[in-house]
Structures are given as structure tokens and as C-alpha cells.
Ligand binder design. Sequence first.
Ligand SMILES: Nc1ncnc2c1ncn2[C@@H]1O[C@H](COP(=O)(O)OP(=O)(O)OP(=O)(O)O)[C@@H](O)[C@H]1O
Ligand SMILES: [Mg+2]
Length: 250
Amino acid sequence: MPPLIRLLDIHKEHPLGQRKVHALRGVSLEIREGEFVAVMGPSGSGKSTLMNLLGLMDRPSSGRYLLAGQDVQQLDHDRRATLRGREIGFIFQAFNLLGRSTAVENVELALTYAGHPRKERRRRAAEALQRVGLGDRQDHWPGQLSGGEQQRVAIARVLATGPRLILADEPTGSLDSVTGREIMGFLRDLNAAGRTILLVTHDPAVARQARRIVSMRDGQVVGDDIQAEPPAPEATPAAGPGGHSVAVPA
Ligand SMILES: Nc1ncnc2c1ncn2[C@@H]1O[C@H](COP(=O)(O)OP(=O)(O)OP(=O)(O)O)[C@@H](O)[C@H]1O
Ligand SMILES: [Mg+2]
């Protein structure tokens, strides 16, 4: 089986007025299905740029990106959008929920690409919200939810759609430490169920929970380490409110 992700000498230049910002300078990386990888590095080192390319939200200036062996550069806009909707889940620091849609609608929208009838989408979305402990918050607007609750809606989206690849860009960056651990518990459960996770973090305690740490600096990968110790769950019971953890269908 080919690696889930294969990047070959990726460069990315962001246009900035008359100038260009060379955000990625020759990144080559392989990630196998089922890995849990933390990406670390100083501000501006290219971590989010990399995540956006991996998530098919942006295209590299040069280099190749093979996703499950498929050269995604060759795909047109619609096929990239479908692939993104089916295979990739996103969790961001700023939650990125649609402000004019309720919690359950936010989850439901993510199911559009799976092709279920509307009623089935609603049922699955409601079930995913139950699993993250938000069964009684379905009809709340994002503005009526706490940061931790909004992030759990984002997790519910991932649970409902079951993407192979989960890209999390500082998912605990805006949360207090207890809520952050809860979110990490969900991510660990998802990884235990076979999902591949790439997690950008500035927090060494968060990074320690990954099996592999990729370090970036000035748009390049400058370190790639497998941690000897298996990731130790932290003292606090991981997972959802009330201490229950989510069962993730494989
Ligand atoms: N849309 C853009 N237009 C122009 N320059 C950009 C754009 N996005 C990022 N950059 C520049 O590219 C470089 C890498 O940015 P990126 O957001 O990938 O860094 P990062 O590692 O995620 O940083 P942080 O830890 O602060 O989130 C920075 O110099 C940034 O200013
Ligand atoms: Mg960033």
C-alpha cells in the first residue's frame, strides 16, 4: 500500500502585493495510514501553509502531492472538493463553524458529500453530537456555545463523516487545559480507530501524545522523530464530558 500522504519537494510561494513569501521550501514527507503526527515549529515556519495544502484548500507552487497514491494536482476543482469532503476532516484553533447554522446543521453540512438523504444526515448529525456530549445543544448557534463546545461540534463533524485523514491546526490553542485534554482524548480515540491525524501544536505536552513529531523551521522540515515512549494518556480521564469516551466505528 502506498503511504497515505507523500509530499515530494513541495514549494509554496504566497503572493503578497508585488512580492512573494516563500512559505514552504522543499518539503518532502511520507505519512502512513494510522499515524498520529504532531507538527511543531516557530510562528511563520509554514505549518498552516502545509496543512492547507494537505487539506486540498490550496495548491503548491511546485512539487508533488500524492494522497493514497493519487496525484491530487491533476484533479479539477470539483474532484478535489469531493475528495476533501469525503476523506479529510478539519479541526482549527478558531473552530470554523458556520455562524448562521445551528450545531446540528453544521455537522449535517459536512455530510453532504456522503450522499445520504437529508433525513439520514440529520439523524447521523444528531447521533454524533450525542457522542460528544452535546445532545442537548443541537439547536444552539455557535455564538451560544462555549469554545470547548464549539470544538466538540467540530469533532462531531469528523465523527459523522469518518474521514481517513484528520488535520488539526492548533485545536487546543484557544481552550483551557482541561477542555484541551478533552479534545485530545477525542483525537486519540479517533486515531485508535485507525484515523490518520496531523496535529499542529505549540504545546510540547500536546505533542508528546503523538507518536511522531515533525519539526519545521523557515519552510523546511528540520526534524522528524519517532518518540520512544508510547503516548501516555494524561492523568485526567480522557474524552467527553462526564468522562465517557467515544466509540469510533473503524
Ligand atoms: N495568504 C498568505 N499570503 C501571504 N503570506 C502568507 C499567507 N499565509 C501565510 N503567509 C506567510 O507564510 C509564512 C508561513 O505562514 P504559516 O501561516 O504557514 O505559518 P505557521 O507556521 O502556521 O505560523 P503560526 O504558528 O503563527 O500559525 C509566514 O511568513 C506568513 O506570513
Ligand atoms: Mg499557523
